[in-house]
Design a protein around this ligand. Sequence first.
Ligand code: NDP
Ligand code: 8X3
Length: 253
Amino acid sequence: VTSKNRLTALITGATSGIGRATAHEFAKHGINLVLCGRRQERLDSVQNALSREVDVHTLNFDVRDKDATFKAIESMPEAFKNIDILINNAGNAHGLDPIETGSTDDWDAMMDINVKGLLYVSKAIIPNMTERKSGQIINIGSSAGKEVYPKGNVYCASKHAVLAITEGMRIDLNPYGIKVCAINPGLVETEFSQVRFKGGKAADNVYKGYKALQPEDVAEVIYFAVSRPAHVNIADVLMFCTAQASSTIVKKD
Ligand code: NDP
Ligand code: 8X3
């Protein structure tokens, strides 16, 4: 396989956690990469780590900014323009508060990043896929997209929306032969809880007393989904660590 006939994947949220682990997993399997995020030094370090194995381009933009998102994706060099695999991963929870005291800024962040940002990136990439009548979109949802838990309110809503958008995409893009998949993990040990709790102490305890999923565990499932034969679409995956049975039931030591 030469670098020219390799697949190309665009991964949002490639500076941390699941997105970064997916970049490493894809590079291992010879998939060229467009890595997206806001922290340029992180983008540079992932690019440095992987550019010996595959071609890597980085794009720095905030998915909340519609114009910046379109501009960044339009700016891609010719060699990266045909995206075969889109991994819509950028996202986070902001806060864990009951609905009556939740912050509207947190709500805006979750809806703007997890839902609208995913739509903007998809809108910028899909025309190239429909034109070529091929491609695969993997949306990173969550167990929170299948089940609402106490104080999860708006985060759960944003991930339920991701699941609905995934199903809508699968239907609308069906005539073009584009595969659409949702991967919905439970607790994964990443920077997720630092973001949710704004660096507060609560973040330190989230992954204590049991073995949570690691970002690499999710990356392997994502690679499994992209490495199936042309006629196979892994449509929807719910994955937990063994200690987790539902959003609220986790067996701890
Ligand atoms: P991390 O916090 O480790 O990574 C989040 C990534 O999203 C970072 O690369 C960050 O990059 C990017 N991101 C956040 N906000 C923006 C923005 N406004 N514009 C562009 N990029 C942004 O968390 P995870 O790896 O855990 O999260 C990845 C996805 O997995 C999310 O959608 C999350 O909801 C989902 N998920 C996580 C679970 C968990 O328990 N960890 C479980 C189920 C789903 P940067 O800051 O550089 O912009
Ligand atoms: C992340 C997992 O349980 O914090 O989506 O919602 S959880």
